[in-house]
Write a protein of this length. Structure first.
Ligand code: NIG
Ligand code: FE
Length: 403
């Protein structure tokens, strides 16, 4: 790959944890990257020579967005379900079974093409790392197929066999929990870095706290890192369970008690609260109170949750603008949560920050400042860089570190 010097950066937001709001903003800066890693950052006038050079002509640069929660492996869509929700129908997870049916029926090449186009869509909006979950197969073979496919695009793959209890196990929940935490986990683990459970006693389709604990413990014993879908539809055990099991992330967190917020504060070094405001937008439900979590001292991240049911959007800039408008975050807090915060939820320190030794994964903005991410909602100002590197890295892939 060789070295490249990137100049003409109008505003460089490094998210390196320094300065006001932890954003580490530098004016008149240049970056030198060698073989995809940042080797030098400093005043443009002092930049060392490199094999190649690009001039961004005053554009702002931020770390590439880290979308730490997505469900990109699916076929079909549920647009009608969305329309019904906008007319007042509540979401309870029941539609997941519809997508499971469509996904099982899809041919391998068809599914691969769908995932590839969604990954490209995310990159076109500035995302450089994607976590991708299984969860629309729910048989041993279909879950393994989903994870193998996701592994072609990212190392951040998550086994979500415990998404819902599939129809064929409706009369035998216990049998499905045994399958997921036994043979299905054993088959899936070689292709997954993480395990996740939809822990939601408020949904008849998802898993209660005890079922989730059984499955997550089995996942940990199989060497996987833990993530939890929790407290999405109402108060529940998800947050406390995630903290108890030292999960890297508990996602949704739309309904938290004071005790949940206190638990997240105490666990801030290990468990990140990942907020997914696109879901509340698309399900017409109350947003999480991010400002309350930040004030308490919890660690937060932002991600899309791109999926056909609760949020069919891969746009991190849109999520940032929603977080500013609806969750009570400042633009600086929202950007930090969508980069360094979500990197932390993946237990990664080589992404989400532009520092020496980190990956040179950038979001380039057709704008003078990162503020425009929230200020210009819906306008495609962000794109991922590098644009078209061959191979795994082109698809937002970075090497894993231990969970
Ligand atoms: O994160 N809550 C569970 N899973 C997804 C929704 C999946 C679907 O409805 O298809 C979520 O919201
Ligand atoms: Fe999700």
């Amino acid at each position: 790959m060789g070295s490249i010097v990137i100049t003409g950066i109008g505003e460089l937001t490094t998210c390196d944890g320094t300065g006001p709001d932890l954003l580490g903003i530098r004016a008149d800066a240049a970056i030198v990257a060698t073989d995809g890693l940042i080797e030098w950052i400093g005043p443009a006038g002092a930049a060392p020579a490199a094999d190649d050079r690009i001039d961004l002509e005053g554009r702002a640069v931020t770390p590439g967005f880290v979308d730490s929660h997505s469900h990109l492996v699916f076929a079909g869509d549920r647009a009608e379900e969305f329309a019904a929700r906008m007319a007042g129908q509540p979401y309870d997870g029941g539609g997941i079974g519809v997508t499971v049916g469509a996904t099982r029926e899809a041919a391998d090449e068809e599914l691969a093409a769908l995932v590839a186009s969604r990954v490209a869509e995310a990159r076109a909006q500035g995302t450089t790392t994607l976590e991708i979950k299984s969860g629309y197969g729910l048989t041993v073979a279909d879950e393994v197929r989903a994870l193998r496919l996701a592994s072609r695009f990212t190392t951040e793959t998550t086994f979500l066999g415990a998404h819902v209890v599939p129809a064929e196990f409706a009369a035998d929940r216990e049998g499905y929990v045994e399958l997921v935490s036994g043979p299905m986990l054993a088959a899936a683990a070689p292709y997954a870095r993480w395990i996740d459970v939809f822990c939601e006693p408020n949904s008849p389709h998802a898993f209660d706290g005890d079922e989730a604990r059984t499955i997550l413990r089995a996942g940990a014993a199989a060497g996987l890192g833990l993530r939890v879908h929790g407290n999405q539809l109402g108060p529940g055990p998800g947050v406390q369970l995630a903290v108890e099991l030292r999960a890297a992330s508990v996602d949704h967190c739309a309904h938290l008690t004071d005790a949940d917020v206190a638990a997240l504060r105490d666990a801030r070094e290990q468990t990140v609260a990942t907020l997914l405001p696109g879901v509340e937008f698309c399900t017409h439900s109350p947003y999480p109170d991010a400002a309350r979590m930040v004030t308490a001292g919890a660690s937060i991240a932002l991600a899309t949750d791109c999926n056909p049911g609760t949020c069919y959007s891969s746009s991190m800039p849109w999520v940032i603008s929603l977080a500013v408008r609806e969750l009570g975050l400042t633009p600086a807090q929202a950007l930090y949560a969508a980069t360094a915060g979500s990197a932390r939820s993946l237990r990664r320190d080589d992404i989400g920050r532009l520092v020496i030794g980190a990956r040179a994964d950038l979001a380039i903005l057709d704008a003078p400042s990162y503020l425009h991410l929230a200020y210009r909602p819906g306008v495609p100002i962000a794109r991922a860089w590098p644009p078209d590197v061959q191979g795994r890295r082109a698809n937002g892939i970075s090497p894993p570190s231990a969970p």
